[in-house]
Ligand binder design. Sequence first.
Ligand SMILES: NC(=[NH2+])NCCC[C@H](N)C(=O)O
Length: 540
Amino acid sequence: MNTSMVKSKFLSHPEDLGIVAVGFSGGQCKPGVDAAPSALIESGLLSQLRDELNYKLHGDDTVHSYKDLVPREDPPFRNMKNPKAVSSVTERLCDQVYAHAKEGRMVLTLGGDHSIAIGTVAGTAKAVRERLGREMAVIWVDAHADINTPETSGSGNIHGMPVSFITGLSKEEKPEYFGWLKSDHLVNVRKLVYIGLRDVDPGEKRILRENGIKAFSMFDIDRHGIGRVVEMALAHIGSDTPIHLSFDVDALDPMWAPSTGTPVRGGLTLREGDYICESVHLTGSLVAVDLVEVNPSLASEVELGAHETVRAGFESGIPNSSPTRKTRTSDGEGKAPTGKREQLLAGTQKTQSTMAASSASPVYERRTVARIHRYHWPAIQLNVWMLIMLAASCCIIGIFATFIGVQQHLGLYIPWYFPYFITVASLTIVFIATLLWLIARRRLLPSIVILGSFMFFVLWMVGLIVVSIELWGPVGSVNSNCNLLVWSTSPTGNNQGTLAWLEQRSICQQWQAVFAFALIGCIFLLWIIIMAVQVFYDDA
Ligand SMILES: NC(=[NH2+])NCCC[C@H](N)C(=O)O
């Protein structure tokens, strides 16, 4: 069993992990990115996933190079470089990922350049449709939007185009040029979210704008902080949608991940990259992860560049990000609270002393991430509840206000429960307004609802009991008066007696209405308490 504390919403075998290692670099021109899966595996990624996180791994450790699929001749087509190779490799990859995903297990794909996401996303999207009858969302963590069409791309590199193919924005009939992509392989642009953008081509900007695609750039991260950005990204997707996380290591700042084909300065810190993975994992909606664009050979400028990038990738690639902290005492050192993944990293550092030639590797400061609760309120029920409570409160205020008016008019004394119930009903309206405000700010916590509703339940119950005593109580009850003066008599003629009878009858009916609304109020308050308790426990 895996040690993750997160309950998966969409995986039928959350302890299983399908691994696909893709040694392919045809989506761009720099060699070396095809060596990344081996480097990651040599770093101990798979054994750690197996031994430390207790994942049951499926798929072999061998890195697929797809040599058999790369044609000798592969001239550009519609401006795309290596179109046939990328098309056939991604088609094969799609089948591989689909085979894992259809079994209800998480899939981890180690790239490779980012063109391979055409295959991985297509494979999971198809499996999710078949298995769960749902659409899937994609969170694309990257410095680049990778949404060029063959026509808008300046480079012709397909690793800058995968998103346009998996969203259907780029289409091609010919099966050897991505014509194999069918509608069940595609994802809706409304279910696509970017995080980390900072190098977007002009054509891509237009595509993002025209399609209203949700994108959080580095500017947004600077402005709101990573916590709020991830929260907004997840809110956009919604809690009922399986998520495919496609993580390009160039989203990280070159300081952390220098060994990548198209580095762009001003990127995410290692912690921010971690945070994204952790938060997405915590939703329980994660069904697949890609880790791409690690290029161990591009490390000339920074001595430890490759190792750092592999390590950064290694961290991101671990689909267990439970921020539970344990105190590590087994090796006698490091008494500070550290998590499972810190232990993993430390372990990798030890086994990888050959890669880390110097001991000058930076010390990563880790902080505990607060558990994000995402409560899923049943919208229709909540709306019905608010409407009915509002109606009941308003009616009670109206009727008792009229009664006070009548009593004052007749110079009679005003019983305490008239103003009491008016106050309670008014406070109920304020409570509902507060709930609406909390909903708008996405801060509606079950605990607030439970506490508030319980208080109001007690107040309404007191009102209901008093009204019942007045209606049916032993002495001079309203009901017996009504029986005597209204229900047992029927006036005739158009005279003062008839008018008095009509007035008296209206008062009797208003009393009955007050009782009915008080009863409804109590029942509905009880109902929302139950609903809030359910929402509280449903939180994945
Ligand atoms: N996955 C990547 N590293 N993509 C880089 C893309 C760069 C550029 N926008 C292009 O289309 O060529």
